[in-house]
Ligand binder design. Sequence first.
Ligand code: NAD
Ligand code: GLY
Length: 365
Amino acid sequence: MSAEPSDLKTVHVDLGARAYDVLIGSGILARVGDFLSSGEPVAIISDANVGELMGERIQQSVMAAGLSSFLIEVPPGESSKSLDVMAHLLSRLAKKKVPRAGTIIALGGGVIGDLAGFAAASYLRGVNFIQVPTTLLAMVDSSVGGKTGVNLPEGKNLVGAFHQPKLVVADLDTLTTLPPREFAAGMAEVIKYGAIADRALFDRVAKGVKPEDADLADIIEKCVAIKARIVEQDEFEEKGLRALLNFGHTIGHAIEKATKYETYLHGEAIAIGMRAAAWLSVQQAGLPQLDADRIEGALKANDLPISLKPGVSSDSVLAALGNDKKVAADGRNRWVLLSSLGEAKSGCEISSDLASQAVYRLTLK
Ligand code: NAD
Ligand code: GLY
């Protein structure tokens, strides 16, 4: 991962007054300050792992730009995406007298991006927000598109706001410390982009991707560009287009919920969900069996699970899916299915029997 500014890639997210750039490259974390002209004090929100690794570097960069900053660290993990942690953050911002013209930087993975983004959306009814994603998942997905929020005991992401960042700075060098399991979890979302929108990208990633691969920046750029084009056309998920990004997520979210968010990383649950969605796509949307097999192969090649662990029952996942006939008849579960690799459609309805079969098959190897 050599650091040449000329290697810098930029994806523009064209949202009119809310437009911004996603910068992808090596060595750019230490240049975050260059992109700030005003907006102090800068509140850098991170988790304890990432704050320890990179907090000082980003603070130095902000200081070199002549701006004051302070670092707030929260405990790592999904449990920090809570109203309690959010209240703590808001109090810290108020105590530091961050004004409306102040800036919040999210330094971390999707948990920090969602949490800090929601704080930025809510504090003083909205302050400047910059995403500095440090996981592969956050680089290709959660840092782009403006979805922010926290969880409730009743469910995931139940409170939140759309709040687009002013800038996203994705420094590939940060991935050198990312645990391999977390990298693999991010690959689930990468495979998703190929499956729903870009067969050539799928063909590439189906071979397996490692952090040191020379084309990693290209792969991330392609994913971000796919998401940017979708978000530009359906920013508030009203037209069925942004919903395409949820391929594999209906069952994936149910797996996360059934296992209390403790057994699987988000990307791992989505990987298993994509296997089920591929099977459903063969049954209902004309996806060739060969293509469904290739999705399974791509997940395996990227060290992702494709089956439920022995202790996780299909019944518990079905219960989390709300898969009774009444719910299905009400059309609550809308599915994203593939007609071919690279072609997806949203809003598909499937019978509860078929959904049950799809989930049951996940208990088989
Ligand atoms: P995460 O933020 O929990 O990060 C994973 C772990 O890796 C954490 O322990 C973190 O401390 C550590 N870590 C992060 N970067 C590191 C680095 N460079 N080196 C060493 N350790 C590092 O998890 P995630 O997978 O990035 O994000 C998952 C969250 O993203 C979920 O809450 C999910 O709901 C959300 N999400 C949001 C969107 C969206 O559009 N807003 C999209 C997808 C997922
Ligand atoms: N991760 C889904 C979305 O941003 O819409």
